[in-house]
Design a protein around this ligand. Sequence first.
Ligand SMILES: Nc1ncnc2c1ncn2[C@@H]1O[C@H](COP(=O)(O)OP(=O)(O)OP(=O)(O)O)[C@@H](O)[C@H]1O
Length: 629
Amino acid sequence: MTTSDVHSKPTGAPPPPPPAEITYSGQYSVNPLADVSFLKMCAMLPSVLARIGRLSWQTDRQAVRLLIACQIVTGVSAAVLLAATARAMGPVLAAGSAAARLQGALPALLVIALAAAMNRLAGAVATYAERRITPLLTSETDSTLVEAVCRVEAAAYAQDGFSDRQEAAEMGVVRTHVMVTDAQRFMSSLIRLITAGSVLSLLSLMMLPLLLLAVLPAGFGAVLTARVDYQIHYANISDRNVRGMMRWWATASQYGDEVRANSMTDYLVYWYRALSDRCDRRNLAAAPRTLRISLLSALAGGGFLLATWGALAWLAVTGRIEPAIAATAVIAVQTALAALSQVVINCAAVFHTSLYLNDMQSFLDEAAARAPRRGPREVSGPVEQIRLDEVVYQYPGKDKPAVDGISLTLERGQILAIVGANGSGKSTLTRLLTGIYLPDKGKVTWNGCDLADTDPATVWRLTGLVPQDFARWPLRVRENITLGQPRTHDDAPVWEAIDAVGLREAVEDLPNGLDSLQARDIWGGVEFSGGQWQREACARALYRKPELLILDEPTSQMDPRGEHQVFERIKAIATDRITIMVTHRLENTKIADHIIVLEDGRISEQGHYEDLVHCGGTFAELLALSQDR
Ligand SMILES: Nc1ncnc2c1ncn2[C@@H]1O[C@H](COP(=O)(O)OP(=O)(O)OP(=O)(O)O)[C@@H](O)[C@H]1O
């Protein structure tokens, strides 16, 4: 992936730099449709319809049966309607009084009315069946996508294009809202078309090919237009993805203070508009192409349509068909034309949907391929030892490893502190220790089990992590503490964790105590301060009573009282677990049994606090700097 800035010419004050344009190399740089022919695109339709049918069947079999029954009724009633029309035309066009002619046509007219009523009824029931399928199908597809993303190896997030593929897949979810309707409409118009076409070919064989020729150009045009739309959609994926992220950051209330007090609003709005403009420009650039396609297809279709009507008139005028048959043929042509244009419109819609469904499916396949497959071994407590042997990890696209050949042994009861400059690899090391990432070289073992061969769920069941950027879950206080390990029937352990971080008073002050919803943007929601949120994140990790407790800058937002309390607690419970603390506040490492100092992904110094303070190395230097005020 590459990014480039496009600068406009300066006029007076320098203009703000526009957002970087993202272009991909490799597999994602190629639009999957670029080399697909029109015929191949049409040939994709049956498999798409089959896929929609399969998904619908899995969702609600009864509704699918109902839909099929409605299609059959639609077809039969359309055939009956046309046949009865032909029968009614004889008496209607015969000589005699209007009353007599009407009386002669009455039985056929009653059949027409009945067939029309059945047709409407089938339409209404089909809509009901669709409405039973679509919400469930959409929710299921949406949940499948969310689950797939939640379950991939964390390393996948760092892969170029992964998040854009996810954005493209989201469109597949959006299209599931309409895909059953489109497919249903396509099938019923196809059935109407086949019926009207069959009746017409019975009346005059010559009419059918002409009719087909009249509508085929429109079909051709609709599919080509869908292809152009998809090309634009494909070109806009990255910009839309970034714009979607920026929209959230710019409008989320928790960043509102920063946005306002740092006068970021103008630039953010400019930035957002610049991305929208870029998407719009691509859309506008495609407009002449779609106009050309529409005009040419309308011209060709119109020519053939004129020929159809001309042929019908010629047949009637030259007496080759009777007036009653000619009148029925007019109705059959009208019916077939209406059905054909519906077939074309819905065929293009189904085709369009298939493109997005393909994106979704390929993302789901990719996510499934990236789901952890590490082997069947299981780790269980107590965890006596965690070892790293010559562990190396390099992020995709980086030219040097973030962790570079680290070996370490941690024993139960030990507190390890990891320190080092920004970017020295501390957080990456904790990800390797917990098996969130697997090393490129070397191995990490828990009680002798190599994490590369171990079911990660069994490892994470024994882990408690307070990350640097912890989430502020919009849940109740109770769930915010028990999330990941819910024990909802007994609040005593929840209060124990709350007490451990000194948060009881704050929780008791909330209008509904543990039941208070921590989502300030939702009506009735409450909000903690930054430090209180951090105490809660620590309480969440302590509540798990983990075998491995990792705290990455756990007290950075806490007041001294809170910080002291948390460290006292960590010391008090340390004997039953392995504890790792990542921190820039070097004074806090006094509680550690062992400290490692990282530089460029390697251990540059290690030992106890007193040893490192006096050995004149990086630790001593950093400590001196932190005290130099
Ligand atoms: N998701 C990621 N994708 C690509 N590179 C990453 C990613 N996360 C970290 N890095 C890179 O890996 C290196 C180590 O980062 P890491 O977050 O482990 O450092 P750290 O010591 O925890 O830093 P800090 O003290 O700032 O938290 C850095 O060069 C960083 O740019």
